[in-house]
Design a protein around this ligand. Structure first.
Ligand SMILES: [Zn+2]
Length: 136
């Protein structure tokens, strides 16, 4: 079973044996399905293809997380450190061991806020279980 990730919008979905038939985020009139149709990938494939995240402090208490090469709509996440706990503002599609460890070093997460549907990215992995890549 895999948690398929839509290659157009970067949203990850619950485990299934087969690729989902369609992505409800991309079917929304505010998004689109690519000319070649619906395409899917997985955390493992993104990692194997060489995608990596960069974790960079922008200013005290504000850290950005972005993926290279850019994937889907170029999502980025912002980790906001507060005295009441850290908030992740939006999410990225690749959640590997290095990214999870970096977030843990910064104090972990108390809450996750998503600004738009395509920024759900791989928040499923953050909320439900550790990323597969993080177990490798
Ligand atoms: Zn999609």
């Amino acid at each position: 079973m895999e948690n398929w990730i839509c290659m157009t919008c970067g949203t990850q979905f619950a485990e299934s044996e087969e690729q989902p038939r369609e992505c409800p985020i991309c079917l929304d009139q505010r998004q689109y399905v690519g000319h070649e149709g619906q395409k899917w990938t997985t955390q493992s494939t993104l990692h194997e293809d060489g995608m990596r995240n960069t974790v960079k402090e922008h200013e005290a208490g504000l850290t950005g997380i972005g993926s290279t090469p850019t994937f889907a709509i170029g999502q980025r996440a912002l980790l906001v450190q507060t005295g009441q706990g850290n908030i992740l503002w939006d999410c990225v599609s690749l959640l590997d061991k290095e990214t999870v460890e970096a977030v843990e070093r910064l104090g972990g997460l108390k809450a996750i806020a998503i600004s738009h549907p395509h920024y759900y990215s791989s928040v499923y992995d953050l909320q439900v279980r550790p990323p597969k890549a993080a177990r490798q």
